[in-house]
Design a protein around this ligand. Structure first.
Ligand code: ADP
Ligand code: MG
Length: 705
């Protein structure tokens, strides 16, 4: 569906326009204010004119079929007007009124009726339950707020919001960026976030895209659009909130229960190079950073201040946030002190007050970090607000001049940073902009915004390539109609991918068990195996650390008795004699399928704590190089894998290999896979590897195939 008539119409009809008010009048007034030059057609049988413009009784009487019609009428009247619009050959429509799918079944029916008409006619529709669309560069608007200062609105940020209020919030502060297109998409009955995204990727006026998304309606198209935006060099800055429209599913594995939709959506955004932010403060700062003539090309930030206290505050926060503030090298420090005098801390943040010669010291500090290879962005932190009533007013421009001078001789981006987001001076903003520079705010939000854009610039590591060489074995098991694949069979499949598993034998009788145990060597573990039993311990069907024939026989009798009491006793039940893996640290890894976005891999520390503290890392599959190592590092519990109290460090390298192998197995078999649990994996001391001691695979069909 072509969006042109919807986003940049050349003629606009307003059904339900009156002089008295409502969205219709606001749109008519805004069209005048923004400098729209095409025809505007008020439609209302009760008036001869609206705002002194000739008014038509119905859409049918218009002298031409307009590009767009906006409905400034209540929802019960809309289906009939929509039929007329289709009949008249109107190109697109905006429906502002609420009372549709967001209200439940009756509303959904009404919405579907309208959407059906539009889809049949190939007509793009914004809404219902929306604010409309504002297109400042094209000088046209169907946005239902009054446009007051049209020149100040124009810019390069494309906004697509499923919430009208969030759209209002974003366009209410245009001090540091303007808008190429603002879409309040509402219920998206016909035209959806992904349609607007695709439009903005190709829109030459748009440099960066801001989205607020509650529901992704076409996941595959959405993901493809994110990839295309990244390829086009346009960051998508995304806020997401709870995701509805989800198919319910039964979950067998523990991993399935962990990877909830919200975490998966975050990982999806990461995997497709979108910049996720959690609120409008963060979003605004990222959009501001994107206004700079130069963007950070990496994550190293230098913060220059004139205050030791502020330096400490910033360092505390930056450390907690994982920001990269590289300290000065000894040589850099020496050079700094030569001019500045004493500097505190490690030089980042860089307290450049020193001997108090401000006009010399700050530029000198900038020159020192300018030459540092590890620094990708330079901030000077200094607070000024509008109409300063205290301090030195001349500093407003002096600071800008100082930064502009340093920046003009640099290939790195420079920023003026205020300590609080939103607190800034308009004159500084405008003066900085003249040099292609931006003011950012909030030591957390502002610095995080630089970090996010720096990360974005670094791009993504390539995804591990997916060969199909070893699929056959799993395909046969998966298509045999099994609900789940038990530990023994699962381990054989995983071992085929180089995943280290316990040595073990499947047996039926106590005699066979004893022979197997002697072969493996005591101590051993005895377990019941069956596709019907996903969690064995709950049923008392695991006995560990059996040291002798006698202990094994006893355990066999005990487990057998419990097994016989099961209603019904699983027909495939057998026993597993397994090497007992002493020591090591228990971790888990698993794979689960999101109905919309496909497979993800989870990793965390073992034990039941995981379900309570939810300390686990998640990535979409296929993994990218480096993912396994960062996943291990980013879980808080990973500290246990390091050498604790003089103990041996665990074999993290082999664990990472195991995670990659699991990811490969899952990626290669994605079409027939629902869930995998490796729980636990025992990670042995460095040099001795890791071993999967329990495994479960749940086959399932990818809904796409
Ligand atoms: P479940 O089906 O209940 O998850 P597991 O096979 O994971 O059963 O066994 C339960 C626990 O017993 C494991 O979490 C682990 O602590 C211990 N365990 C199981 N197998 C072994 C083994 N081969 N060596 C050492 N400990 C084991
Ligand atoms: Mg287990």
């Amino acid at each position: 569906m072509k969006l042109d008539p919807l986003v940049k119409p050349r003629s606009v009809a307003i059904v339900g326009a009156t002089d008295r008010g409502g969205p219709g009048r606001a749109v008519m007034e805004s069209l005048g204010a923004i400098g729209f030059t095409g025809p505007v057609y008020p439609v209302n049988p009760n008036y001869a004119t609206v705002l002194n413009i000739k008014c038509y009784p119905t859409l049918m009487e218009l002298p031409e079929a307009p590009d767009i019609v906006v409905f400034s009428i209540r929802n019960p009247l809309i289906p009939e007007q929509m039929r007329l619009a289709v009949k008249r050959g109107v190109g697109a429509a905006v429906i502002y009124d609420s009372g549709f799918a967001e209200l439940g079944e009756d509303g959904a029916k009404l919405q579907e009726e309208i959407a059906g008409l539009a889809r049949e006619a190939g007509m793009p529709v914004c809404g219902p339950n929306c604010m409309g669309i504002l297109n400042p560069p094209a000088r046209v608007t169907t946005y239902k707020q009054n446009v007051i200062e049209p020149a100040a609105i124009v810019g390069n940020v494309g906004i697509v919001s499923q919430s009208g209020s969030v759209c209002i919030a974003l366009v209410s502060d245009l001090r540091r960026f303007g808008i190429s297109l603002a879409v309040s998409a509402g219920n998206e009955a016909v035209t959806r976030t992904v349609d607007y995204l695709e439009y903005l990727i190709d829109d030459p006026n748009t440099k960066v895209i801001a989205t607020f998304t509650e529901t992704v309606r076409e996941p595959e198209r959405y993901v493809a659009a994110l990839d295309r935006a990244a390829d086009a060099g346009k960051p998508v800055v995304a806020i997401k909130v709870g995701r509805t429209e989800r198919t319910q599913r039964a979950i067998t594995s523990h991993t399935g229960g962990l990877a909830g939709s919200s975490r998966v959506f975050s990982e999806l955004l990461r995997a497709h190079r979108a910049i996720e932010v959690s609120d409008l403060d963060e979003m605004t700062e990222v959009l501001a950073v994107c206004q700079g003539k130069r963007w950070p090309r990496g994550r190293g930030i230098s913060v220059i201040t004139g205050s030791g206290g502020l330096s400490e505050l910033i360092l505390d926060n930056a450390t907690a946030l994982g920001l990269d503030l590289p300290p000065l090298t000894p040589a850099e420090r020496e050079e700094a002190q030569r001019v500045i005098g004493r500097t505190s801390g490690d030089g980042n943040p860089f307290d450049a007050w020193g001997n108090g010669n401000y006009a010399v010291n700050i530029p000198h500090a900038m020159s020192v970090v300018e030459n540092s290879e590890r620094i990708d962005a330079i901030c000077y932190c200094n607070d000024t607000s509008n109409d300063p009533i205290i301090g030195q007013p001349s500093r407003v421009y002096e600071n800008v001049e100082m930064i502009a001078k340093a920046a003009s001789a640099s290939r790195k981006p420079y920023y003026l940073l205020s300590t609080r987001s939103g607190v800034m001076n308009r004159k500084q903003i405008d003066a900085m902009r003249e040099s292609g520079l931006v003011v950012i705010g909030g030591t957390r939000q502002g610095l995080c915004a630089i970090d996010r854009v720096g990360r974005w610039s670094l791009g993504l590591k390539p995804a591990r390539n997916s060969s199909t060489a070893k699929q056959q074995a799993f395909a046969a098991a998966a298509t045999a109609g099994r609900h789940s694949i038990n530990e023994f069979d699962a381990k054989r499949l995983l071992a085929g991918y180089g995943i280290p598993v316990t040595r073990e034998e499947r047996v039926d009788t106590a005699e066979q068990a004893t022979i197997a145990a002697r072969k493996l060597g005591y101590p051993v573990v005895l377990k019941v195996v069956s596709d019907a039993i996903a969690h064995k311990t709950e049923l008392g069907l695991v006995a560990v650390n059996l040291k002798s024939d006698e202990a094994l026989r006893e355990a066999f009798a005990r487990l057998n008795e419990r097994l016989n009491k099961l209603e019904p006793r699983p027909a495939d039940a057998a026993f597993l004699v397994q090497e007992f893996v002493a020591g090591g640290i228990e971790v888990f890894a698993g794979v689960s399928r999101d109905p919309d976005f496909g497979l993800s891999l989870a990793f965390g520390m073992g034990g039941i704590a995981i379900e309570i503290v939810r300390d686990f890392a998640l990535r979409m599959l296929p993994l990218r190089d480096g993912d396994a190592e960062t996943m291990i590092a980013e879980t808080r519990g990973a500290a246990l894998l390091q050498s604790v109290r003089g103990g041996e460090a665990a074999d993290i390298e082999s664990l990472a290999k195991c995670l990659y192998a699991l990811g490969d197995f899952a990626s290669h078999n994605a079409e027939q896979l629902a869930e995998i649990d490796l729980n636990p994996i025992k990670v042995l001391p460095k040099g001795r590897g890791c071993v999967v001691v329990d495994a479960l695979i749940v086959p399932g069909q990818d809904k796409k195939s």
